[in-house]
Design a protein around this ligand. Structure first.
Ligand code: IMP
Length: 421
């Protein structure tokens, strides 16, 4: 048995939560491999909406084992809140949730350091979600982080104090005002709470599950253009969001990867700062934001919006080895007279579909192709051939350019609002 991967091909917020939820009935296991509570995976079913930050999106399916892998960073306070909220649906979270002992822990001071560093950067700030992601991964790479397994040991408090003392020095050097006493009690209570969950060596567990013939879906967070190596650096997150991240973030070998589902929105969005060649800072962008409800699931921030960008999409497909494409939010484009997409860039007068070293270079100009738009309510359509012809023309063009078939089209937020091609 092999592992399939599902991940985002843009700047995050492609609708991964819903797609994982739709795919889950085919899988026995869903495993998150990177990121942390900077993610906000929205799921809608039975008229209700749930946002998951750290818990894998298979949690609402009773048959499904959910693993938070070693590549994830975990904020105990946030995870506790998330678990308690998810429990209100009646699902037994404790039964199906497994946490890697090697996942790193986000401490209260990681969040404070995140806020202090962003404030210090001023206009050059990344626009982080301020969830402590970057400082936690910095400590991981700097070999001073605390891992979930450390919470169990009797050295925990000593290790905690040592890491925190470094953070305190940094916070003081940045003249950042804070009161640790506002944060620590909830943190230590959440640590105690988490100890009663299944904290395991998840790399042995997942490899055994694969050996036993279980079907595993590895769930990514954020998107390829936020990858620490290949994203629009330095305006990126601090983990590998690409397929390779599933291997290092779960402890599975590359030969075990089978399908790679790449999710893209029919247009583009981005939260936070950084380059966005097809951004529409105009009425079109406003309309996309309004129709697509483009406000961050985690922070509530308005998302920046723009047209679909094929050079970045092709790049993401190449890096991830995408085998199946999934297009989301196609319904949002309904009602536009003309729909545009960028199929190449002009850089200093040269036309190319390759990404330059610096995507934020002023000379990167998108070249657009225009398509007649479509109208009507797509959310009720369940057969691909019943979609408007103009929509299918747009999609045919996209497929012809990216040379990977689009196998699922999402036409609304609910599980049911999905077309399998
Ligand atoms: P961080 O991961 O919180 O440090 O944020 C780094 C950048 O990634 C910022 O531009 C964030 O807005 C963006 N980002 C982080 N997580 C997500 C996500 O789940 N969706 C979209 N953007 C994200």
């Amino acid at each position: 048995m092999k592992v399939d991967v599902v991940l985002g091909l843009q700047w995050g917020d492609e609708g991964k939560g819903k797609i994982v939820d739709v795919l889950t009935p085919k899988y026995d296991v869903v495993a998150r491999f990177q990121g942390g509570p900077n993610a906000g995976h929205s799921l809608e079913f039975g008229g209700n909406k749930y946002v998951l930050n750290t818990i894998p999106s298979g949690i609402f399916h009773e048959h499904c084992i959910n693993i938070i892998g070693n590549g994830v960073v975990i904020d105990p306070v946030q995870l506790r809140k998330e678990i308690e909220k998810a429990e209100t649906t009646g699902v037994d979270i404790r039964k199906n949730l497994y946490i890697s002992e090697k996942a790193h822990v986000i401490l209260p001071t990681h969040r404070l350091v995140d806020a202090a560093s962003e404030a210090h950067k001023g206009v050059h700030k990344v626009g982080s979600t301020l969830r402590g992601i970057s400082p936690t991964y910095q400590d991981k790479i700097g070999r001073s982080g605390l891992r979930i397994g450390d919470l169990m040991g009797n050295q925990f408090k000593a290790k905690y104090d040592s890491v925190v003392s470094n953070h305190v020095k940094l916070l003081n050097s940045l003249n950042f005002e804070y009161n640790l006493a506002d944060h620590e009690p909830a943190f230590f209570e959440a640590v105690e709470y988490l100890k009663s969950f299944k904290i395991i060596n998840s790399e042995y567990y997942i490899n055994q599950l694969i050996k036993d013939g279980k079907k595993v879906l590895a769930e990514g967070a954020q998107g390829t253009l936020l990858d620490i190596d290949f994203g629009s650096y330095p305006f990126v997150t601090s983990s590998n969001t690409i397929t390779g991240g599933a291997c290092s973030g779960l402890g599975i070998s590359p030969q075990k990867i089978d399908k790679v589902y790449g999710i893209f929105k029919a247009y583009c969005t981005r939260v936070g700062n950084g380059p966005f060649p097809t951004e529409q800072e105009n009425e079109t962008g406003e309309l996309l934001r309004k129709l697509g409800h483009e406000f961050g699931a985690t922070t509530g921030r308005p998302r920046r919006t723009g047209w679909l960008d094929l050079p970045t999409l092709k790049y993401a497909i190449m890096l991830n080895g995408v085998t199946d494409l999934i297009c989301t939010k196609s319904d949002v484009l309904s009602g536009f007279d003309q729909v545009q997409l960028c199929d190449s860039y002009s850089i200093n007068g040269k036309v190319t579909s390759e990404l330059p070293f610096n995507l934020y270079d002023e000379s990167v100009q998108p070249n657009y192709k225009s398509f007649p738009g479509w109208s009507g309510d797509l959310t009720k359509v369940r057969e691909y051939n019943n979609l408007p012809e103009t929509f299918r023309n747009y999609m045919d063009y996209v497929e012809s350019q990216i040379e990977v078939p689009v196998s699922i089209i999402s036409v609304g937020p609910d599980r049911e609002e999905t077309i399998v091609k």
